[in-house]
Design a protein around this ligand. Structure first.
Ligand code: PNS
Length: 166
């Protein structure tokens, strides 16, 4: 059985991530979404919210599961009995960032192979950090995130009594 892990912060999960998840799920027997616990960073959405949103968004994909992980990715791989890491590549800049990560993971665990999926062109401009910035400045993020995530952003601005363009 070929098990792959798609790790990320998913803060928030974007439409680009969703496309990669669906494509990755079709390539492996099991795809585990590993949501990073990063103690050094305050996320926009809590770990619980990110896991819950991903679980809901992937509920119809039978071979996809969602878990959180802390520490080294290769240890999470071992825990999940996975040998493949799935990551998306939007640009050459992504490649420059991702290649040494993939190689470091390989050094730490020689069985850890990273598979890069080319981001579909319609999603290549989307990033979680860009989405948060556009949201903060009142821009429309509707096409960049799944509806559920959009609603959560919207609910957040209602809570804060702010207006929201979108
Ligand atoms: O969505 P992101 O924030 O780009 O994902 C980054 C992620 C989670 C893939 C990366 O930060 C990671 O693997 N962190 C776990 C720590 C680790 O294993 N580091 C060693 C590789 S150099």
């Amino acid at each position: 059985m070929k098990v792959a892990v798609f790790p990320g912060s998913f803060d928030p999960v974007t439409t680009g991530h969703m496309d990669l998840i669906k494509r990755g799920a079709g390539m492996f027997d099991k795809l585990v979404l590993g949501v990073l616990v990063n103690p050094g960073k305050t996320p926009f959405f809590s770990l619980e919210e990110r896991v819950e949103m991903l679980a809901w968004l992937t509920k119809d994909l039978a071979n996809v599961s969602v878990k959180s992980f802390e520490g080294l990715l290769v240890e999470f791989l071992e825990q999940e009995q996975a040998s493949v890491i799935v990551r998306g590549l939007r640009t050459a800049q992504d490649f420059e960032y991702e290649l040494p990560l993939a190689q470091a993971n390989m050094k730490l665990n020689q069985n850890a192979d990273t598979v890069f999926l080319a981001t579909a062109p319609e999603y290549s401009y989307i990033s979680s950090s860009g989405v948060k910035e556009i949201y903060r400045f009142g821009g429309n993020i509707k096409e960049m995130v799944p509806d559920l995530v959009y609603k959560r952003f919207y609910a957040r601005s209602e809570e804060r009594g702010g207006t929201y363009a979108g």
